[in-house]
Design a protein around this ligand. Structure first.
Ligand SMILES: Cc1ncc(COP(=O)(O)O)c(C=O)c1O
Length: 409
């Protein structure tokens, strides 16, 4: 653990007056020392080969798929890393443009633009469509990249309560038409956006709709086309974004848009212009991944079956996981200290989830996120359920913020 003492003696900053140092000191004092009792919240046990890993967003368990690995290996052997340059210099027929076309057909969109990540897709998009006169209505639980995109665009954000259409409508009536930014499946708690209702509301008030499909692309829809297309809303929602570091198990992002928007975006969004584009072997791997995602629909079925079993069993054990309707299951504890206790108790049973705490959650809404995947066996699911049954008293489920919320209802 890095205590204040080691940090300052190593860097010999004592007495320095740089403004960031106060914030750095406060991080070690208030978070590491006080809130986490001197133990770094993110540094638990190191997993072993038998650990049950519920930390990865590789929902369809394809990160070691032989066809994808072969496509990537062949591409890197043939081309190395390809040309290292900004995407602004790419034109004509090329593997990236081909993949963009395939993804557009897959998602029932006019066009898609590849980005280096889901983060740069959201930040770049907001920058391209919002400015200081644009109100952006954003769900309180929307991904941080949207919030950063709003700041980047110099636009004003108007947050509405999670999935609360009345609150959203009140905000739009007050501040006028703008952009509505939501996630289809929310990354911290697995809740699903009421997309049909939000779309109707957005169109009624002449708003531009942006939906982040990072946690539904590949996992939702008959072929994994995502929630928007599976609900038939593709012609009503202006832009969809996604990280391809989730079910696509790669490193990239995308935006669905109109044909004309794509060149405008590539010439407007600073992450698109001033940061290098994807590597050739990443494109070849993603192209093969798309084949796998379309063809191997059983993986989606098993994923949702596994998630359903876990949600139901945890719920009957007294864990409040009601908010989750997808493959992300939150064990919302509340304080960070108690969340560390839960993490330790799970890890003693060789189960690894991801800790989410501020700035990823609100204060006292820290949680351990369990990301389900399609490779979990019945035996592993049973181990998770038995462990969660056994640790209930040790982790004091009754005192959790999520439990109290449920009891108040
Ligand atoms: C909903 C959502 N959008 C965007 C991102 C950013 O994606 P990436 O990791 O590809 O930058 C994430 C990843 O945390 C996410 O969960």
């Amino acid at each position: 653990m890095k205590t204040q003492k080691t940090l300052f003696s190593t860097h010999n900053f004592t007495g320095s007056s740089h403004r960031y140092l106060e914030r750095e000191r406060s991080f070690y004092t208030n978070r590491v020392d006080k809130a986490w009792n001197g133990v770094h919240i993110m540094h638990g046990r190191i997993p072993d080969n038998n650990s049950i890993m519920l930390v990865s967003n590789d929902y369809l368990a394809i990160s070691r798929h032989p066809d994808i690995l072969r496509a990537q290996a062949d591409a890197i052997l043939a081309n190395g890393n390809g040309l290292l340059m900004s995407g602004i210099f790419l034109h004509g027929d090329n593997p990236q443009a081909e993949l963009e076309k395939r993804l557009a057909v897959f998602m029932k969109a006019e066009h898609t633009v590849m980005c280096q990540s889901g983060w740069s897709a959201n930040v770049g998009l907001l920058q391209a469509i919002a400015d200081d006169k644009t109100p952006v209505y954003i769900d309180l639980f929307s991904h941080m990249s949207f919030w950063d995109g709003i700041k980047h665009a110099g636009a004003k954000s108007y947050a509405f309560y999670h999935n609360n259409l009345e609150h959203l409508e009140r905000k739009i009536k007050k501040h006028g038409p703008g952009i509505i930014a939501v996630d289809s499946v929310y990354s911290t708690n697995g809740s699903i956006c009421p997309l049909e209702e939000i779309t109707e509301l957005g169109l009624k008030y002449n708003c531009v709709l942006v939906v982040d499909e990072s946690h539904s692309l590949g996992t939702h829809g008959t072929y994994g086309e995502g929630l928007v297309a599976s609900l038939g809303l593709e012609n009503k929602i202006h832009f969809r974004t996604a990280s391809l570091a989730k079910a696509f198990a790669g490193r990239a992002g995308l935006i669905t848009c109109s044909d004309s928007f794509s060149d405008y975006f590539k010439f407007t969004s600073t992450p698109a212009i001033f940061s290098s584009t994807l590597l050739l072997h990443e494109i070849y791997a993603l192209n093969k991944t798309l084949d796998v995602i379309i063809a191997e629909s059983d993986r989606r079925k098993v994923l949702h079956k596994n998630a359903g079993i876990l949600r139901d069993e945890l719920s009957s054990l007294g864990y409040n996981v009601d908010i989750s309707k997808a493959q992300i299951i939150p064990l919302e504890v509340g304080t960070e200290a108690q969340t560390i206790n839960l993490r330790n108790a799970l890890e003693k049973n060789n189960i690894f989830g991801s800790i989410f705490c501020p700035p990823a959650t609100a204060q006292n809404r820290a949680l351990v996120r369990l990301s389900v995947n399609s490779s979990l066996t019945e035996e592993q699911l049973n181990s998770i359920i038995s462990a969660c049954a056994a640790i209930r008293t040790e982790v004091d489920v009754a005192s959790w913020s999520s439990t109290k919320r449920k009891n108040r209802c």
